[in-house]
Structure formats: C-alpha cells, structure tokens
Design a protein around this ligand. Structure first.
Ligand code: FE2
Ligand code: FE2
Length: 271
C-alpha cells in the first residue's frame, strides 16, 4: 500500500496549498491512502466542517486532529456524522467523536488510522500508550487490516520515539505531529514500522511554527499578553512522508520525506 501522510495544515496558506496540490500529489505518488492532520486549519486554531469537507474532496481519506481539536465548536456535531475525521483517542470516555477509524482502500484492502496525544508538556489525557494498544488489539495487521497508521500528536521527541519502539512491528507507520517542523529521522524501525518524529506542517515556514513571526517572537521578549497570533500568509510547504508497505504483513518497505512548494528544500519520492 502506498501511504501519504501530511502534517498539520496551518491557516489559509496551508489550506490553499493542500486543496490545490493534493489531487496532483496523490496521483503522482499513486497513493492508496492519504492522511492529513487538520488541527490548525482554521486560522491556526481548529478545523471547521467546510474545511474538512474540502480536504476530503481534495483527496484526504482521513483527517486527524490534536490539542486544537475543539477550537472550532462546530466540529463537535460534525465529528458524530463524519467518521473519517478523528480526534485523539485518549480523551476521557464520553468525549464526542472517535479516535480511530478503519477505511476501505482500493484493492479490497482496509487501513486503520489512530490519532493519539502525548502527555509530556501537554494537557494530560488518558494513557496514550494503553489507548493505542487497545485500538491495535481489535485488528490483525496483515489479515483484518493491511495497514495501520498512528499519528502521535505530541511535543516531546522522547515520547514519540517511545511510541515508535513500543508499536514497532504492530503498525505500518508511527509519525509525529504538533511541533510543525519536519525531522530528518525518517526510517524503518527494527521490527518493520516506518517512523518519523515529526512530519512537519503544511504552512508558511517564514514564521514561528506557522504563525506570523513578529508577534510570535514578541511573546518571548515581553512576558505579557500581546496581539492575538495569526497565521503567516506566505506560500506553504506541504510536509509529510510517503510510505510503501507490504499488504501481507502491513509493515513498511520504504519511507521517504515529502516537501512540496514554499521555502523548504524540495523532496519528492520517485514512484
Ligand atoms: Fe499543530
Ligand atoms: Fe498541536
């Protein structure tokens, strides 16, 4: 299975780049499954239902969220109707929406996608490790599902690596989101799971993690409330990674970075 994962879409810049580029990118990579993190799509804070519909129409199969899941309140009823948009699985029991979804993939295949939030330097939710373990135990990789993708929305590199190694051999891909900066450690772990600590964002990199640089920097100089942060508006780089898996095992054969447009050096897997 060919899987494209794209990191946090930030603001109008990220949305415009995604909706314009994803159809061509999906075709060029002949992707079977596309997962996009959409938690910052709405002016940096949350995801509005019309944006989710636009991402799905542009070629996303699943949209994941994160700590900004609830910033746009309209998403709450929408999550009940649209199982392809998921929020972190380790919110307390009774939280609206779902943290995992199984989607059909061409070729009579199925893929599990799980979104989970870390606890280090973030709001403490339920145990993320046991929550993901419980989701994976409902399926058999290589049998009832041909792929499993875990979006680990977390701040700390250590927690993300702990996730990668904990589920090595049990998932096709463990990829980090939330820090909005692509790391250069994409690899196939010893047990066959593709891994990258952070996918990076789909946003303008002439910024402080997607937000206008002047106002964001002032917050560090002056320890007092400043202007409300707004997303940077320059051309976005779509950032993420491309994974090829073996349907018989669900494990990775290849993982490569994707960086398209904007200021970052470009990276495009040859397919
Ligand atoms: Fe984010
Ligand atoms: Fe986040």
């Amino acid at each position: 299975m060919r899987i494209l994962f794209l990191g946090d879409v930030v603001g109008r810049s990220g949305r415009d780049a995604l909706t314009a580029q994803l159809p061509g990118l999906r075709a060029a990579l002949r992707a079977d499954l596309v997962v996009v993190n959409g938690e910052n799509a709405s002016h940096g804070f949350g995801l509005a239902p019309d944006m989710a519909r636009a991402f799905l129409a542009a070629g996303a199969d699943v949209i994941t969220l994160g700590n900004h899941a609830w910033d746009r309140k309209e998403i709450i009823p929408f999550l009940e109707q649209e199982p392809r948009v998921i929020r972190p699985v380790n919110f307390p029991p009774g939280t609206p929406g779902r943290g995992a979804v199984v989607v059909d993939v061409p070729g009579n295949r199925r893929a599990l996608v799980v979104n989970v939030m870390g606890r280090l330097f973030m709001d403490a939710l339920d145990d993320p490790f046991r929550a993901v373990q419980a989701e994976l135990q409902r399926h058999r990789l290589g049998q009832t599902i041909q792929a499993a993708v875990i979006d680990v929305h977390a701040e700390a590199t250590s927690e993300k690596y702990a996730f990668g190694h904990s589920f090595d051999g049990l998932a096709s891909l463990v990829v980090g989101t939330h820090t909005h900066t692509p790391t250069a450690d994409h690899q196939i772990l010893a047990g066959g799971t593709a891994y990258q600590t952070d996918a990076g964002m789909c946003g303008d990199y002439d910024s402080v993690i997607g937000m206008q640089k002047g106002g964001a920097a002032l917050r560090f100089w002056r320890k007092m409330p400043g202007e409300k942060l707004a997303p940077a508006e320059g051309a976005a780089t779509l950032c993420g990674l491309f994974v090829e898996t073996d349907d018989a095992t669900g494990l990775a054969r290849r993982v490569e970075p994707v960086r398209l447009g904007g200021r970052l050096s470009q990276a495009m897997p040859a397919v």
